[in-house]
Design a protein around this ligand. Structure first.
Ligand SMILES: Cc1cc2nc3c(=O)[nH]c(=O)nc-3n(C[C@H](O)[C@H](O)[C@H](O)COP(=O)(O)OP(=O)(O)OC[C@H]3O[C@@H](n4cnc5c(N)ncnc54)[C@H](O)[C@@H]3O)c2cc1C
Ligand code: HEM
Length: 410
């Protein structure tokens, strides 16, 4: 009698498992070369896909690295029962795909060009057995993603062919230096979708050069119940790199009355309704995740303790500070700490320098949500681990392709 198990190793045929074991290392070593060939191949054959892929992430190579790392990590998880859990990686990718309207039939296109790029880069090493084993890995991954995405589309009541709805800009608020909020109202007569605090939307814009580009923005407030707010940091290019395309466009060219194409809310950086005290540790634009969480706790669990800790360059760069403090007053046990690289002499409330959590009073069972640049989140995580906060209590959000998830830090 045959028995089946849920172990990931059982998903892969034994022949392919042996080939993957023998070749995972060489594929990992060439992963970036493979994805560097993959994108030009695919965009050459399907230029329409340039309208859903983020040009900035293509230019910096971050998306290539995230795709390569995820495929290799998935393969390793199939052959190694002790590999780190993969569910959260899969969910993150699925949410991102759903916010962009990725459809099952597009997996054939990606698979064709990805496996073609493997053959191009590894040449004769790709025997028919090797090609067939990696094809199997790709399609196992694709099948799981398609299934998860189907669930998410269904839950959001979305047709993947129509991933966006029109939203009218009804307010524009100058929040801080180079940071604005745009308050958006559905323009199709339908109500606001259900939004969990911490989720993001993809905003698609038609740029002056005729291209169309999506970017993700955290829903920074849903306080009104009929409108959602996004808060956008204008990205300035450094060391000769160009300014951010979409954030500059939203700052310079979007006015009250304009209509933007906005996806359904996505993402699993969300606070569940337990009683655990929360520490929200953020830096820079990561503050956009704090306000919706504080609003949610104030509305639904005002007895739940919340500590907000935020780091920024200066007070002038710190967006949403007053609003967070104002809403925080409705929470019974709410404390706020700030660190600035440069503190105004008249500011008695903020500390100078990097966020320092070593002496911050922390409740025993604190749950941590951190969002900001990767070096900042590494710093926060290291300090909290040193204080005995278990790794599984530290959740994070990366404002770009997640290069952290597949290589979890120690
Ligand atoms: C889940 C999630 C939530 C997010 N939430 C928010 C939010 O709430 N608020 C917010 O402000 N942002 C948020 N972001 C980030 C946002 O999606 C965009 O990445 C950000 O606005 C920058 O987009 P851009 O088009 O302006 O920059 P891009 O044009 O994409 O440029 C990005 C970077 O790439 C560099 N670059 C571009 N082209 C080149 C080149 N040819 N050579 C070298 N470097 C280059 C640019 O200089 C810039 O540093 C979030 C991202 C994610 C994934
Ligand atoms: C098994 C197949 C696939 C894998 C393993 C995969 C993997 C990934 C990963 C790791 C990311 C980055 C997620 C993050 O933000 O952290 C991503 C984003 C993305 N994927 Fe996929 N993907 C697959 C199939 C597809 C398909 C079929 C399409 C459709 C053409 C697609 C389009 C995109 C786009 C447009 C993004 C966002 C890119 C960006 O913001 O730079 N993917 N994918």
């Amino acid at each position: 009698m045959t028995t089946t198990t849920n172990s990931p190793t059982s998903l892969l045929s034994p022949e392919s498992a042996a080939v993957i074991r023998a070749t995972a290392g060489v594929v990992a070593d060439h992963a970036e070369q493979i994805t560097a060939r993959f994108y030009p191949r695919m965009f050459g054959a399907h230029p329409e896909l340039l309208r859903v892929f983020n040009k900035g992430n293509q230019a910096t190579g971050e998306q290539s690295r995230a795709l390569a790392a995820s495929v290799v990590a998935y393969a390793v998880h199939l052959i190694d029962p002790d590999a780190p859990p993969f569910d959260h990686v899969l969910r993150r990718i699925a949410f991102k795909h759903v916010s962009l309207g990725i459809r099952p039939e597009q997996y054939t296109i990606v698979g064709h060009h990805l496996l073609g790029a493997v053959a191009e880069v590894l040449g004769e090493a790709v025997t028919p057995d090797v090609a067939s084993a990696w094809d199997e890995v790709y399609w196992l991954f694709a099948t799981q993603l398609v299934a998860e995405e189907a669930r998410l589309y269904q839950r959001a009541g979305m047709d993947p062919a129509q991933p966006v709805r029109p939203y009218r800009v009804v307010r524009r608020i100058d929040e801080a230096h180079d940071i604005i909020s745009l308050v958006l109202e559905p323009d199709d007569g339908e109500s606001l979708p259900e939004i969990e605090p911490g989720q993001y939307v993809s905003v698609f814009v038609d740029l002056p050069d005729g291209s169309r580009q999506p970017r993700q923005y955290t829903v920074s407030s849903t306080a009104s119940g009929t409108r959602l707010q996004i808060t956008v940091n204008r990205l300035r290019g450094v060391d000769g790199a160009p300014d951010g395309q979409v954030s500059s466009f939203l700052h310079d060219s979007v006015a009250i009355g304009d209509v933007l194409d906005v996806s359904a809310p996505a993402g699993d950086f969300v606070v569940e309704s337990s009683d655990e005290p929360l520490l929200l540790a953020t830096a820079g634009a990561g503050i956009t995740t704090v306000l919706p969480i504080v609003e949610h706790i104030a509305r639904t669990q005002p007895q739940r303790p919340v500590i907000v800790a935020h780091a920024d360059r200066t007070a002038q760069d710190h967006a949403l500070r007053d609003t967070v403090l104002h809403v925080g007053r409705q929470i019974d046990d709410f404390t706020s700490h700030t660190w600035y690289e440069s503190v105004d002499p008249s500011d008695q409330r903020s500390a100078q320098g990097w966020m320092d959590l070593t002496a911050l009073p922390l409740p025993q069972d604190v749950s941590v949500f951190t969002c900001g640049p990767l070096p900042f989140m590494r710093h926060v995580r290291a300090q909290l681990l040193a204080r005995g906060v278990p790794a599984e209590r530290i959740r994070y959000e990366v404002f770009g392709p997640d290069l952290w998830a597949q290589n979890p830090p120690e």
